[in-house]
Design a protein around this ligand. Structure first.
Ligand code: STX
Length: 434
């Protein structure tokens, strides 16, 4: 797959360590380390949410200079319980649980500071994590910027993108009866949550195909095939749909408003101009709010990290942060234009759905007493629930995050350095159905 990447990225490598992080609520988070154990640590945050990591994700980093850490976020990849299981329970799978998991992994690996690298959903998680824990983030590399604002979600899941790709859109809405099409995320939710594979599987495949078909400027049949494999597609669609119905448990505009917490951290933003999945508007809003970060608009790319222009820009960014090329100050001096004044707080004003900017984010408030073991204590997911009406797509009633919130606190001592496969399985979290 992706032979063209051989000329752009580092050669394939194997991990020198794989492990399982025992996170809260029965979640076992698969992770791996590759590259140089003495190198500069970097954590790769994958997309979706729910897409999991792949071996080629290691190849964005010089294996001689980086200690490369990949993890599969809750419910996907090799992490368990897997969201494709018929009775999957996603209540303990929220942004703030993932932020806590990432932080727990850092501590268990004995890493003081690390680079955070994330594309698409991974860019949202990277921003959320860095804003919650700015002191442990050395650099940030972001691609295909996605912040889960309502207009971003409505663009891709409620009809905006149909103007650009009407043929693909027809396939996306085909499984949903006409009367339910005014709220597609909700309509999909009902099907994806159904324990009957005859109901959830075709919905998951249609959902995942829609996304896969929109990731690249030119069609990538292998990518579509991989993303519509049933087990992967079910986890991906369920997890994405769950996160999007909840607006990622962010206050409106939270991730862009929160840039002040991280603007001192060296960062690179890479965006494909023809990204239909996460249109360039969001990357531009982030760039306006964070002019200190390098910004690169790739003229001949859409969304995927595997696209040549995007892959090359990402590799250049990690090389630079590993010591190649100009320092940040030099690079900044080279950059000719400051973004024009406007759109304060990061809204391009391009969208009729433009939301009011959030004030100080409450959910995910980084200073709010960091839960030691990385548990989302001060970050009860429900605290970040959009106010009624903010998220018109509404919430799946039967999946209240507060029912069964991280009670089974897991403290660090019960997670010895990356409790490996040998550790006793955790008791399952709240077993009640979704
Ligand atoms: N989802 C955007 C996202 O994070 C709305 C994403 N989409 N596809 C991907 O990620 C992969 C390329 C990682 C599958």
């Amino acid at each position: 797959m992706n032979e063209h990447l051989d000329d752009i990225l580092y050669p394939p490598i194997e991990p020198y360590d794989t492990g399982t992080l025992i996170a809260g609520e029965g979640n076992r988070i698969a992770y791996e380390q590759s590259g140089n154990p003495e190198g500069k640590p970097v954590v790769f945050l994958h997309g979706g949410p729910g897409a999991g990591t792949s071996p080629w994700h290691r190849r964005f980093f010089d294996p001689e200079r980086y200690r490369i850490i990949l993890l599969d976020q809750r419910g996907c990849g090799r992490s368990t319980p897997h969201a494709s299981e018929p009775d999957a329970d996603l209540r303990h799978n929220t942004t703030w649980h993932l932020v806590a998991d990432v932080e727990l992994l850092r501590k268990n690996l004995g890493i003081e500071t690390w680079q955070v690298f994330g594309g698409s959903w991974g860019s949202a998680l990277a921003l959320a994590y860095a804003q919650a824990h700015p002191e442990v983030v050395s650099e940030i590399v972001l691609r295909g910027i996605f912040t889960l604002r309502r207009h971003e979600l409505e663009w891709f899941y409620e009809g905006g993108a149909a103007s650009v790709v009407p043929d693909l859109w027809e396939d996306f809405i085909a499984p949903i009866p006409i009367l339910e099409r005014s709220q597609l995320m909700q309509a999909y939710h009902r099907r994806l949550a159904d324990p009957d594979p005859a109901v959830h599987e075709p919905a998951a495949i249609a959902w995942s195909r829609w996304e896969a078909a929109n990731l690249t400027l030119l069609p990538d049949p292998e990518l579509i095939e991989a993303m519509t494999e049933p087990r992967a597609a079910i986890a991906f669609a369920r997890i994405e749909n769950h996160y999007f119905l909840h607006g990622g448990w962010f206050e409106p505009g939270q991730l862009i408003a929160g840039v002040d917490r991280i603007r001192h951290i060296p960062a690179v933003i890479v965006q494909g101009r023809y990204d239909v999945c996460t249109p360039a508007m969001t990357a531009w809003d982030l760039h306006r709010a964070w002019p200190e970060a390098s910004f690169e608009m790739i003229p001949d790319a859409a969304h995927a990290a595997s696209e040549p222009g995007i892959a090359a820009a990402l590799r250049a960014a990690t090389d630079r942060f590993a010591g190649d090329g100009p320092t940040d100050a030099e690079a900044a001096a080279e950059e000719p234009e400051e973004p024009a004044e406007s759109a304060e707080g990061g809204d391009s004003g391009l969208s009729e759905f433009a939301e009011p900017e959030a004030g100080e984010p409450e959910a995910g408030e980084p200073d709010a007493g960091e839960p030691e073991a990385g548990e989302p204590e001060e970050r009860e997911p429900e605290a970040g629930e959009p106010e009624a009406g903010e998220h018109e797509a509404g919430e799946p009633e039967e999946r209240e995050p507060e029912a069964g919130e991280p009670e089974e606190r897991h403290s660090e001592e019960s997670e010895p350095a990356a409790a490996r496969e040998t550790a006793e399985p955790e008791p399952a979290g709240d077993p009640s159905p979704r």
